[in-house]
Ligand binder design. Structure first.
Ligand SMILES: Cc1ncc(COP(=O)(O)O)c(C=O)c1O
Length: 372
């Protein structure tokens, strides 16, 4: 394989989700997915591309493809905009006047909620863990650009952040004399609608894998609130396709992420069909020093992928999944589902943590010019 070759799983139909929907045997699930898919509020430019990573495959000695959900095309991309297409439809049905959500200071989810709200003409309130920095960078800069109101709470405890969010909703309702209808979007958008959105994404991925004869490939991705993984598991089970899905726990918000994924799939019963039982696989050895913190392995993986393929990941979410791509437990072809998060790369903290060893590879301009 030379550096020039990059086979692409071209999409043969414009809407692979609707195309594959008739293959879902469970009539009730099929009908509900079809209706929810039709009624979503379009934010993304999907289907996203899928292509081989020739140089990175050579480095790892295994076939690695990438599914570009960093290119979902809304608010700087990522997995959350797929979820928000269905969640926003729920919120607008409830005649919401604002979206309220929670996240870490550099939350990709909060940034996408901010953009979805403004696109829908309603307000966004973001409860963010940590102190307000003296100048916004990365996702925080985008939160501001999208006109969201940020509320900082000085810890990253998810239970207390959710309590703050509920209090804020109550306050907004009271202040507005009942004319305000805040809509609470839980962390990561991992509601049943968010899960269903990634079940639909699985159909899209499956169609692309089918085109290159790789339906047995293992999908590896960063997992934290579990909604993306639950959706992929649900999509595979509904389609009767192999569920070779590995969530790389990058947050350890939940002590048992596999159990949380199972529960999220089971909870989709509230949508009106009988969800199948799933058995999720989670790798939990790639967290490093903790949630929202870079690890040596993630920094190295991020640099290798960038220099091999010109593809950007971020050190706290997606690069931890990239680090897992060489895990000896994985066999056969792999698809790295790139879930976005690139703006976090431009946060001041990420720049400060970027290791000197990577930086030192830059050559002086004069030396570079001598090569021509
Ligand atoms: C870039 C990125 N990748 C992956 C995830 C994990 O997705 P989920 O919360 O659905 O597990 C997140 C969640 O915040 C994220 O921001």
């Amino acid at each position: 394989m030379t550096r020039a070759q990059r086979p692409v799983a071209n999409v043969s139909v414009t809407d692979p989700v609707s195309y594959l929907m008739p293959c879902i045997a469970d009539a009730r699930a099929r009908e509900i997915l079809a209706r929810r898919w039709r009624c979503r509020i379009r934010l993304t430019a999907t289907p996203t591309p899928m292509h081989l990573l020739p140089n990175f495959s050579e480095r790892l000695g295994r076939e690695v493809w990438i599914k570009r959900d960093d290119l979902t095309g809304f608010a700087a991309g990522g997995n959350k905009s797929r979820k928000l297409e269905l969640i926003l439809a729920d919120a607008m049905n409830a005649r919401a006047t604002s979206l309220v959500t929670v996240g870490a200071q550099q939350s990709n989810h909060a940034r996408t909620v901010a953009a979805a709200a403004t696109a829908a003409g309603i307000d966004a309130h973001l409860i963010l863990g940590g102190r307000a920095p003296h100048r916004p960078s990365g996702n925080l800069l985008l939160d501001d650009l999208f006109g969201a109101e940020t509320h900082f709470v000085d810890d990253l405890d998810w239970t207390s952040m959710s309590a703050h969010a509920r209090q804020l909703c109550a306050r907004l309702r009271d202040q507005g004399n009942r004319s305000k209808r805040p809509y609470l979007v839980p962390a990561g958008g991992s509601t049943s609608s968010g899960v269903l959105a990634y079940a639909a994404a699985f159909l899209e991925i499956h169609h692309q894998l089918d085109l290159v004869d790789r339906t047995e490939a293992t999908i590896v991705h960063a997992s934290s609130t579990g909604g993306t993984q639950a959706g992929l598991e649900l999509g595979a089970a509904l389609l009767g396709a192999p569920a070779n899905i590995v969530g790389v726990d990058v947050a350890q918000i939940h002590s048992d992420l596999g159990g949380r994924v199972r529960d999220l799939v089971a909870a989709t019963a509230e949508l009106g069909f009988d969800p199948p039982a799933v058995t999720p696989t989670v790798f939990d050895e790639y967290l490093g020093p903790g949630y929202a913190l870079a690890s040596d392995r993630s920094q190295a993986a991020m640099t290798e992928l960038a220099r091999d393929e010109g593809i950007v990941t971020d050190p706290v979410y997606t690069a931890k999944a990239v680090a897992a791509l060489s895990d000896p437990r994985l066999t056969g072809p792999i698809v790295f589902l790139h879930t976005g998060g690139v703006p976090a790369m431009f946060a001041d903290d990420a720049a400060a943590a970027y290791p000197a060893v990577q930086r030192s590879k830059g050559r002086p301009l004069a030396a570079a010019q001598n090569n021509y």
